[in-house]
Design a protein around this ligand. Structure first.
Ligand code: FAD
Ligand code: UDP
Length: 370
């Protein structure tokens, strides 16, 4: 008899498993249909002995001391600040767009104040910023939008940025200074021995049993449990009764090259050329020393593993119908990127799980006292 059956061993499921087992002393079974723990953050050593991320590059960043301190119980860290270049018109430019990007693209020598004036002269002011096109065009104008955003977004999402919620392009800021870091969060670091190692440490507890290679539906009738935590796709849980929630997928093509360095920074984006969106060289992220190097090319796809919920108004409406079903489901908590159909980063998922654990504790304490 388990207290909790947790479906999915990614961040959402593993953080809750760890808290329930070690703080609330609950017996937990965590089931994943994949042959490994760590969900999309899973990393492994490839044939050449290079640490690679099987489901695309995962860079950890957060402003939350709580999240960072929590994970620090299970890993040491390597400081790493991600930098990205975008290849457009045959040249490499810093992205997010910043002072250096504009100066090198137009051969100018603007300072931050000049850049504000420059953007104001190019921007198309909008009262109502609704779409991803609106976000960029209203800040930097149409030319920079066409060079850096339109093609990339069309490739990545299979639709024009004008059809996509503003939240997608709003992930990428515009900067008036020369800061060329991809993220500006307080904590930016990679697990020193990789994500999988960190998850192994989280799940290494006598109260936790892990069952891999198993779809929860195969075992649900054979397992006794009091409460379920579901972190898989919410539409799948309800047998797609209102139809499929759209996801964007990716195919990852890994290459190992017989050279120390392949490219000049961790990730190079290709907004307007090729079928892939970006190339990431793992050694930048991991700091590994090796005479060879491994990279991953990301090819966006409509079908395949559900990686990205697609933020569009009609998809949100469909999700809300599933969410109403979730609320009626007894003794089941739906959490994580797939079960809440939201484009969350890893740290947001950890924060969500820590908050869910606090709510569970409060409910248990209230039940114990009545
Ligand atoms: P997942 O990691 O997807 O875990 C869900 C688990 O549930 C999976 O292991 C799945 O196999 C399992 N499951 C599903 N259905 C079933 C079933 N029926 N039975 C049993 N098990 C099931 N975030 C960042 O912060 N930084 C980044 O740089 C970053 N890069 C990313 C790059 C890519 C290409 C992608 C796709 C995402 C990236 N993310 C990044 C986001 C990050 O992957 C997610 O925030 C995080 O993995 C979400 O964790 P989760 O536990 O909700 O979901
Ligand atoms: N984006 C873009 N050009 C870029 C980088 C990002 O158009 O050079 C847009 C694109 O729509 C992308 C979104 O901004 O999907 C978010 O980018 P991010 O790098 O955060 O994507 P993720 O790492 O989540 O795939």
């Amino acid at each position: 008899m388990f207290d909790y059956l947790i479906v999915g061993a990614g961040f959402a499921g593993s953080v809750l498993a760890e808290r329930l087992a070690s703080i609330a002393n609950k017996r937990v079974l965590i089931v994943d249909k994949r042959p490994h723990i760590a969900g999309n953050a899973y990393d492994r050593y490839d044939e050449a002995g290079l640490l690679v991320h099987k489901y695309g590059p995962h860079i950890f960043h957060t402003n939350s001391a709580d999240v960072f301190n929590y994970l620090s119980q299970f890993t040491s860290w390597r400081n790493y600040q991600h930098r990205v270049l975008a290849s457009t018109d045959g040249q490499l430019f810093q992205i997010p767009i910043n002072l250096n990007t504009v100066n090198s693209m137009y051969g100018l020598q603007l300072n931050s104040q000049d850049l504000e004036v420059f953007f104001a002269s190019k921007a198309e002011p909008l009262k109502n910023v609704r779409t991803s096109e609106d976000v960029v065009v209203s800040q930097v104008g149409r030319e920079l939008y066409e060079k850096f955003f339109r093609g990339y977004t069309k490739k990545q999402w299979g639709m024009d940025p004008s059809e996509l919620n503003s939240s997608v392009a709003a992930r990428i800021p515009t900067r008036l200074n020369k800061d060329d870091r991809y993220f500006t969060d307080t904590y930016q670091a990679m697990p020193l021995h990789g994500y999988t190692n960190m998850f192994e440490n989280m799940l290494n507890h006598p109260n936790i049993s892990v069952l891999l290679n198993t779809d929860y539906k195969e075992v649900i009738n054979e397992i006794q449990y009091k409460f379920m935590i579901f972190t898989g796709p919410v539409d799948e849980y309800f047998d797609y009764q209102y139809g499929k929630l759209p996801y964007r997928s990716l195919e990852f093509k890994f290459e190992t090259y017989d050279m120390e360095r392949f490219q000049e920074t961790g990730t190079i984006n290709y907004p307007n050329d090729y079928d892939f969106t970006r190339i990431t060289e793992f050694k930048y992220l991991t700091g590994q020393k090796h005479h060879k190097t491994s990279v991953v090319y990301e090819y966006p796809k409509d079908y395949g593993d559900p990686y990205y919920p697609v933020p569009k108004p009609e998809n949100m409406e469909l999700y809300l119908r599933y969410q109403a079903l979730c609320k009626e489901e007894k003794n089941t908590l739906f959490t994580g990127r797939l079960a809440t159909y939201k484009y969350y980063n890893m740290d947001q998922i950890v924060a969500q799980s820590l908050a869910a654990f606090k709510r569970i504790l409060t409910l248990n304490n209230t039940a114990d006292n009545t």
